[in-house]
Design a binder for this molecule. Sequence first.
Ligand code: HEC
Ligand code: HEC
Ligand code: HEC
Ligand code: HEC
Length: 153
Amino acid sequence: MKPRASDYVHLVRMAGLFAVGITAFLVLRWLMVPADFGELGHYRTGAVPDNMARPIVYAGQAVCVECHADVAELRARGKHVRVACESCHGALAAHASNPDGQKPVRPDPRRTCISCHSANISKPKSFPQVVPEEHAPEGSCAACHAVHNPKIS
Ligand code: HEC
Ligand code: HEC
Ligand code: HEC
Ligand code: HEC
């Protein structure tokens, strides 16, 4: 029996919709993907110079140590040896390149400590943590702990 148009017309309609959809996708993709995308990898090549042009805000611990050898020496013996300077002091590239012009603010010796050591069920058990309200309800943590070498006993 010869197939009637009504048997397959819905498939033609469907194929038409797919054709429109695929064409729209290809056109939009062509319009929206930057020309230099994919040259070096799955990203825009221009993103590299864009990022290199951003100002550097972190100096890195090696630079701090050149001038603050005393702090570095104190830290070398302490439990904070693996915590980099700028984790607590914030980004200080501006200070490192111009120490007299940019005197850094000292980090708050309570708020800074609590940001890492406040007890939380999601932290690994092995990480030293305290409930600040019980351990030291107020005042500076530096009253007892030397910030750069915090273990007391
Ligand atoms: C080129 C030398 C140099 C470099 C590099 C440098 N500093 Fe300094 N820093 C100084 C000098 C000088 C002072 C001022 C000392 C003073 O006034 O007692 C200072 C002061 C500070 C202070 C304030 C001290 C206070 O008494 O309040 C902090 C904190 C500090 N530096 C942290 C850092 C950190 C963190 C880095 C690395 C990102 C760094 N410095 C890199 C030379 C340097
Ligand atoms: C765990 C956090 C932490 C780290 C890591 C840290 N500091 Fe500090 N630092 C502090 C706090 C908090 C103060 C302020 C202490 C106060 O006011 O009692 C401070 C004070 C200072 C001061 C002022 C003078 C002094 O000795 O107290 C200097 C200079 C300094 N830090 C430099 C550094 C450098 C350089 C490094 C890295 C080699 C570093 N710090 C790493 C928390 C930290
Ligand atoms: C950026 C996160 C961070 C900040 C901020 C920080 N610490 Fe720590 N602290 C650590 C890490 C990491 C260790 C080492 C843990 C280890 O050895 O397992 C540590 C270790 C310690 C220890 C030793 C615990 C023990 O018994 O072994 C004490 C005490 C301590 N910190 C107190 C402080 C105090 C006081 C401050 C504020 C000046 C502070 N910490 C700020 C991350 C931080
Ligand atoms: C009155 C003194 C005092 C003050 C203030 C104080 N601590 Fe302590 N802290 C101690 C003593 C004592 C220990 C145990 C001995 C040690 O560090 O070796 C200790 C231990 C710790 C430990 C290690 C806990 C563990 O399980 O190993 C951390 C973390 C700590 N303190 C953080 C802080 C923070 C954060 C503050 C500020 C909110 C603070 N401390 C203020 C006296 C103090």
